[in-house]
Design a protein around this ligand. Structure first.
Ligand code: ADP
Ligand code: MG
Length: 682
């Protein structure tokens, strides 16, 4: 019998009600119960008062020296005190609402107290107490603390797990290959499960935890690496047949020469595209590093090879912008580019859908909707996603269900430090654009106080008179969309009053798609000098003539968001500036402003952001594709994660992993994962 086939209901003491509550914690089987790990330990080992700091919680032994005194106060509240000799000191023990203990506090009797020690008053506020003459329960040991709720108490779960360990503990099977356990000095799974619940000492509990954390991270990485290697082997993707000369000829039609970095990543992408295996590649590059043109070349290659391409973006503003730039790049060489967004009329939409199905349209640009139901392609060869987190496994399976298996290129401007990339993107190949186009000057960033608004306005005038344009970003009000918009409207009025002779545009989330389009078109054509906007312009917007980015109340934004906003300028040959208006009250706010003024390198910004916040938080803020681990902690267990990744990559690359007996349990674990449903594993 296998533990993961034995329902938890089999345990003595698990009633139908308890079973339901356990299900809510994800505990269905005996195996789940044994894997319901504690998150910390309470230390009930006996100490002396001399070892205990003032205010600390401790467990001490003593002898009752006087009669208890019971006081009642409020409604049904009680305070029970009693003099106890502990390590030769007479202390006062205080219990709240434990009046039923009164009769048991008999002078001369031994007692064990757990509670908070207050040195000055020689007092212990007791949270738990025991009488050694009744047999020991808690004291003298470490007690596991579990996450609990409902009718499940710490005592109950401890007892039930202890019983499960006694009955089934020896049946816990090993899952890790012996070589890996030896390499990292890890204990057997059977021992680890026992010791994490019932450690003899802290060190043993930690060693057990280390083993189980490694296992958790290793299985996670194994999944990603297996998926990746399976994708490499699976030769049912689109093999794009395209001549290098055709690509070079297309590159020559571009208005600029590609940077070395761009050439390098284009080559990496083309190698993947030519292969029968499915491309799953992440292209990361700082804002302004020129990712769009790389996407355009990849789309060109797909079409040249007789297939279709799709470019997926997060907002309609971006869809529109990319549509126009692809129109001019690809339209110039006779390719048909279409825009598919929510604001098309029914007739227009029908036309695009028919065109895609019949193959009259070569490249479609739009939001998520372009790969959804009701959209059919004649032959989809490549999907590019821009500025969004990742092309998820789910989206891929939507496509696979439609019989499509395109190459996928995911572009992101949020540079992720390598170490973090391996957790979020362990199943992807990564290309990085390391340089920005030649002739770009670093963006000069200054931090100014609100009291200096006049000088900021002077700066705006100077830039506009020199023929340049500005963005003015309104403070972000996360709690209220309505206030956010109101802010933008107020600021727009204020700026317009300051510059009656200039054209001031306004862009926020509440405008209709057509209104947004018109504002962006006018700004792109330099008919609008200053664009007052909310963070809707955060990603992707490309107006090279804009040279000044002013961010109001900059302390309200996170570092990566500030960097993204700043990336809207410095996209042409002119010197560009970013002014951060902020009077931060917090240390972290000041630190952010400092980092922004010290560097305009996105990789450096995110490295320092990580330092400032820790990886947990870094991932916590945006949906990142990183799972919630049961035991592992992204911040604390980072090195283990890296080891686990290397081990998993090495293992999945070896042929015997897919066939040999010692890895059968690992393969079985993979097979059970949703990611591999319906896939042929070996
Ligand atoms: P991002 O990586 O932020 O998406 P874009 O692709 O929007 O950057 O490119 C930023 C700007 O740089 C655009 O105006 C683009 O036309 C220009 N650009 C891209 N590649 C080059 C290059 N090799 N030389 C000069 N300008 C370039
Ligand atoms: Mg872009």
């Amino acid at each position: 019998m296998k533990l993961d086939e034995l329902p938890v209901r089999q345990m003595k003491g698990v009633s139908a009600q308890k079973e339901l509550e356990l299900h809510a914690f994800g505990v269905h089987t005996i195996a789940d119960l044994l894997d319901y790990f504690p998150f910390r330990y309470e230390d009930y080992r006996i100490r002396t008062l001399g070892e205990t700091q003032d205010g600390e919680k401790a467990t001490v032994e003593g002898k009752i020296m006087g009669n208890p005194i019971l006081q009642r106060y409020g409604r049904a509240k009680t305070r029970l005190t009693c003099k106890i000799a502990v390590d030769g000191v007479l202390v006062t023990a205080v219990w709240f609402n434990r009046h039923f203990l009164q009769d048991q506090l008999v002078p001369g009797r031994d007692i064990v107290l757990t509670g908070k020690w207050e040195q000055k008053r020689l007092q212990i506020t007791v949270s738990e107490s025991e009488f050694p003459d009744k047999g020991k329960a808690r004291s003298g040991t470490l007690q596991s603390v579990y996450s609990i709720g409902g009718s499940i108490t710490q005592q109950w779960i401890r007892k039930t797990i202890a019983q499960a360990l006694a009955q089934y503990g020896e049946m816990v099977e090993e899952i890790l290959p012996a070589a890996l356990m030896e390499k990292h000095g890890l204990m057997l799974r059977r021992e680890a499960v026992r010791h994490i619940h019932q450690p003899d000492d802290i060190a043993q509990g930690q060693a057990a935890r280390r083993r189980l954390v490694y296992e958790e991270l290793f299985l996670f990485q194994l999944k990603l690496q297996a998926y990746r290697s399976m994708n490499r082997k699976r030769m049912d993707g689109v093999a794009h047949v395209v001549e290098g000369e055709a690509i070079r000829a297309f590159s020559r039609t571009l208005p600029f020469e590609l940077t070395d970095s761009q050439k390098k990543v284009v080559n990496e992408i083309l190698i993947d595209m030519r292969s029968h295996a499915c491309m799953n590649r992440l292209l990361q590059g700082d804002v302004g590093s020129g990712k769009t043109v790389v996407a355009a070349i990849a789309l060109f290659a797909a079409v040249k090879a007789g297939h279709q391409g799709a470019l997926m973006v997060p907002t309609e503003i971006l869809a529109d912008q990319h549509y126009r730039s692809l129109q001019s790049l690809l339209g110039g060489v006779g390719m048909q580019v279409a825009l598919l967004t929510g604001s098309l009329t029914a007739t227009q939409r029908r036309e695009v859908l028919d065109g895609l199905q019949m193959g009259l349209i070569d490249v479609v640009v739009g939001t998520q909707a372009i790969i959804q139901d009701g959209v059919y392609f004649r032959s989809l060869g490549l999907v590019v996603t821009d500025e969004q987190h990742r092309f998820g496994v789910n989206q891929r399976s939507v496509l696979r269900r439609k019989g499509l298996n395109p190459d996928v290129l995911t572009m992101t401007a949020t540079p992720i430090p390598r170490t973090l990339a391996i957790t979020a993107f362990g199943d992807l190949d990564v290309s990085t654009l390391k340089e920005r186009p030649r002739g770009r000057k670093p963006i000069q960033t200054n931090w100014v106080k609100h009291s200096m608004l006049d000088r900021v306005l002077g700066f705006i005038r100077r830039e506009v008179e020199a023929g340049r344009q500005c963005y003015f970003i309104c403070p972000l009000i996360e709690e209220s969309d309505k206030l956010d918009v109101q802010n933008a409207i107020d600021l727009h009025i204020q700026i317009q009053q300051a510059f009656p002779d200039m054209r001031i545009g306004l862009l926020h989330g509440r405008l209709s798609a057509a209104e947004k389009d018109e504002v962006m078109r006018a700004f792109g054509a330099n008919e609008v000098h200053v664009l007052v906007a909310t963070t809707v312009v955060e990603v992707g917007v490309d107006v090279p003539n804009a040279t000044l980015m002013v961010i109001m109340d900059a302390e309200r934004f996170g570092l990566s968001q500030l960097h993204q906003l700043r990336g809207r300028v410095g996209r042409g040959g002119h010197q560009s500036y970013c002014l951060l208006i902020a009077d931060p009250k917090s240390e972290i706010g000041r630190e952010r402003m400092k980092i922004m003024t010290e560097t305009d390198d996105g990789f450096e910004v995110s490295r320092r952001d990580l330092e400032l916040r820790g990886p947990g938080d870094f991932f916590g803020t945006k949906q990142s594709g990183v799972p919630d681990f049961k035991l592992a902690d992204m911040a604390a267990d980072f090195e283990v994660l890296e080891e686990a990744r290397d081990d998993a990559a090495e293992l999945t690359a070896r042929a015997e992993f897919w066939t040999e007996a010692p890895y059968a349990r690992l393969r079985e674990a993979l097979r059970k994962d949703q990611l591999f449903q319906g896939e042929l594993l070996d």
